[in-house]
Design a protein around this ligand. Structure first.
Ligand code: AMP
Length: 249
């Protein structure tokens, strides 16, 4: 069974985000970029399936700029067998990425595609769902556990009411939650080996798809700074402060 894993290059989650001075977006020049944390979990799950002899091949795929090759090398160092970059300099949006993934799926014919439940830069949580819609495949979103049994798969999903268990037939689209596993750190020998693993580069045109954005970002602003809190010396003072606030509303 072949498994495809979608990985996105995003600003590292430890970076203090800065907005560009012209308010056109987030500053990415000279900023540390990394694999989207949810996608690291997806890669780990695919590699575990290979180690358990459930998956025969793990292919990491990304849609993005030339530098997204670094993100794919991370997936290769974690244990993916090969990688494909659909290279584009446009800002990717879920629909464009879903179309690119659908085109790759037609070529690769995987039985399972794993994605993160969301990208931490756009917080869309849409790509997996759109892909399942375009393919007409079943989907298990925000999976926090996965069990495969032949052509069926059971996924646990954390929902408001508790844990929901669903069963879907393969092929299927799965988006993963952070609780699914604890991703491994690539060892130095594996990082060295990853440099020799195959990484193919395609273009959206070669796949016959259009990934141009459908939305226009008008401006991006930082959240307004919160003013410092005040400590009340007594309950009476607290009650008085609350009353002043309520009267001011
Ligand atoms: P989103 O719908 O943007 O929140 O992204 C959900 C998931 O879709 C991510 O965790 C990735 O697995 C996948 N994804 C989104 N954008 C890309 C991209 N440009 N390249 C590869 N995978 C992506």
């Amino acid at each position: 069974m072949k498994v495809l894993v979608a990985v996105k290059r995003v600003v590292d989650f430890n970076v203090n985000i800065r907005i560009k001075s012209d308010l056109s977006g987030v500053e990415t020049a000279n900023v540390k970029m990394s694999i989207n944390p949810f996608d690291e979990v997806a890669v780990e799950q695919a590699v575990r399936l290979k180690e358990q002899d459930v998956a025969t091949e793990v292919v990491a795929v990304s849609v993005g700029p030339e530098k997204a090759q670094e993100t794919l090398r991370t997936a290769l160092a974690m244990g993916a067998d090969r990688a494909i970059l659909v290279q584009t300099d446009v800002t990717t949006e879920p629909l464009g990425v879903a179309k690119a993934l659908k085109a790759l799926i037609a070529r690769e014919e995987p039985a399972l595609i794993l994605l993160g439940k969301q990208a931490i830069d756009d917080d869309c949580n849409q790509t997996g769902q759109m892909l399942a819609g375009l393919l007409g495949w079943p989907q298990a979103t925000s999976a926090s556990s996965l069990t495969l049994d032949g052509t069926r798969m059971t996924a646990a999903r954390e929902v408001d009411a508790g844990i929901q268990r669903i069963e879907v037939g393969l092929p299927a689209v799965v988006t993963v939650d952070l609780r699914l596993n604890d991703p491994r750190h690539a060892s130095l020998p594996n990082i060295m080996k990853s440099k020799k693993k195959p990484l193919d580069i395609l273009t959206p045109e070669a796949l016959g798809i259009d990934v141009s954005p459908r939305t226009v970002t008008m401006e991006v602003r930082s959240p307004t700074e919160r003013t410092a809190g005040k400590k009340a010396a007594s309950l009476d003072e607290l009650a008085h402060e609350i009353q002043v606030i309520m009267e001011g509303q």
